[in-house]
Design a binder for this molecule. Structure first.
Ligand SMILES: Cc1ncc(COP(=O)(O)O)c(C=O)c1O
Length: 413
């Protein structure tokens, strides 16, 4: 492994705490990641040393805050190989980024009957905004099917559904339930050939693997700081410059304008025209520190580490008799470190609660992907463990040992 987990854990104060006298084993990074001291200190340094509004002051601490905020956008741009920070719009999170596209771009460009194509493995944040658009504009919504056997996207179904000439294809790069990685580069190529724009939900890919928007050639991409070691309340909407130039802002007010008269206004340059009012300054600055941290670890190393943990966990869970969803260990190249599972005879919430009594944090439920969980997997809920750079094989061992306790407590033997 290219990651020294023992050293890494030292950077995460919360991972050095205990629960019920037991070491906290955090296996819910797909929901939100833990924060290293470098991020915590960056935010605290801002409050302690240069707290001021950005873009406005001519005094030293405001200039410093503005520089740090812009620097974080430069880091974000470089992290995904975007042309410049002009392509990086800060929002609250992935959800807000996708809503911005659905409301502004699609809301203005799409007409009744125009198609939006999603996949069956989307998070609610890449379904509901498009359902709301459908209500308003009478657009047509369709979903690319999941190949149930391989637990991968059915690319033949995609090809077939492109024949309807959708205007927008909006897909997740990696599923937060199945762990499945979608070939977004190929999806962009095929969608563009059919005349569609592509929106990529990068919430589970950008934190876990190298992502290159130029190579992928997506038109828009959304992701969240809080899932990649940064503060909550800050997200990214990446867009190709010509599209962002063409797109109307959603919210009007301070900061997003160049000039205002009693009669009208002109908008600010990119990316500021989409950021009205006072920004989440500390969130942006802290996000910059998170990106620097990940850059130092190296995204290839992050990806390799998580794949190794996922392979190990998949085998152990199977040996322990759990039902596991998503691509198998033999298809690990198609997987991120997210594993949904069920213990036959046990309710996923009971499993999560028993894990909690052992100091292990996992998630149970529909994971904000009810259509996938209820209508494709035919389950009410599933348990999920997810890994990040600070997890180690020992965490998997502790979790698998907890499965024995689940069986004992629930008398499943
Ligand atoms: C695939 C995917 N998309 C979107 C989201 C929404 O992210 P946020 O809550 O940060 O907007 C999540 C969160 O779990 C996710 O896993």
């Amino acid at each position: 492994m290219g990651i020294d987990t023992a050293k890494m854990i030292g950077d995460f104060p919360i991972l050095n705490t205990t629960r019920n006298g037991k070491r906290l084993v955090y296996l819910d990074s797909a929901a939100t990641s833990q924060k290293p001291i470098q991020v915590i200190e960056k935010v605290s340094d801002y409050y302690k040393g240069y707290n001021a509004n950005i873009h406005r002051g001519v005094y030293e601490i405001s200039i410093k805050a503005t520089e740090e905020y812009i620097r974080s956008k430069e880091l974000a741009a470089k992290f995904i190989n975007a042309e410049s920070y002009r392509n990086i719009v800060y929002t609250r999170n992935t959800t807000e980024s996708i809503n911005l596209i659905a409301l502004s771009w699609a809301g203005r460009k799409l007409r009744g009957g125009d198609g939006v194509l999603l996949t069956e493995m989307e998070h609610h944040s890449n379904i509901v905004p498009w359902q709301m658009l459908k209500e308003r504009k009478n657009t047509v919504l369709d979903y690319i099917a999941l190949d149930a056997k391989k637990q991968l996207l059915d690319m033949e179904d995609f090809e077939m559904k492109l024949e309807a000439k959708p205007k927008i294809v909006s897909v997740t790069a990696a599923s937060n339930v199945l762990g499945t990685i979608n070939d977004v580069e190929k999806i962009c190529r095929m969608a563009h050939d059919a005349g569609a724009l592509v929106v990529v939900d990068g919430a589970q890919s950008v934190p876990h693997m190298p992502v290159d928007v130029k190579r992928m050639d997506c038109d828009f991409m959304a992701f969240s700081s809080h899932k990649m070691l940064g503060p909550a309340g800050i997200g990214v909407l990446y867009g190709k410059e010509e599209l962002l130039e063409e797109m109307e802002p959603l919210l009007g007010g301070g900061d997003m304008i160049r000039s205002v008269s009693f009669e009208s206004c002109t908008y600010n340059e990119l990316p500021w025209k989409f950021e009205s009012g006072t920004s989440n300054i500390e969130g942006g600055i802290g996000f910059g520190a998170a990106i620097e941290y990940l850059d130092n670890v190296g995204m290839q190393n992050v990806n390799g580490h998580e794949k190794e943990l996922a392979s190990y966990a998949l085998r152990k869970l199977k040996d322990a008799g759990a039902t596991v969803y998503g691509p198998s260990a033999e298809q690990i190249e198609h997987r991120i470190g997210v594993i949904s599972f069920k213990v036959p005879g046990a309710h996923p919430h009971d499993v999560a609660q028993i894990f909690d009594s052992e100091g292990i944090a996992i998630r149970a439920g529909h994971h904000c992907a009810m259509p996938l969980v209820n209508q494709v997997l035919n389950e009410d809920s599933v348990s999920r463990m997810s890994f990040y750079i600070y997890n180690k094989k020992e965490d998997v061992d502790v979790a698998v040992d907890a499965l024995a306790k689940v069986k004992k407590v629930l008398k499943l033997h």
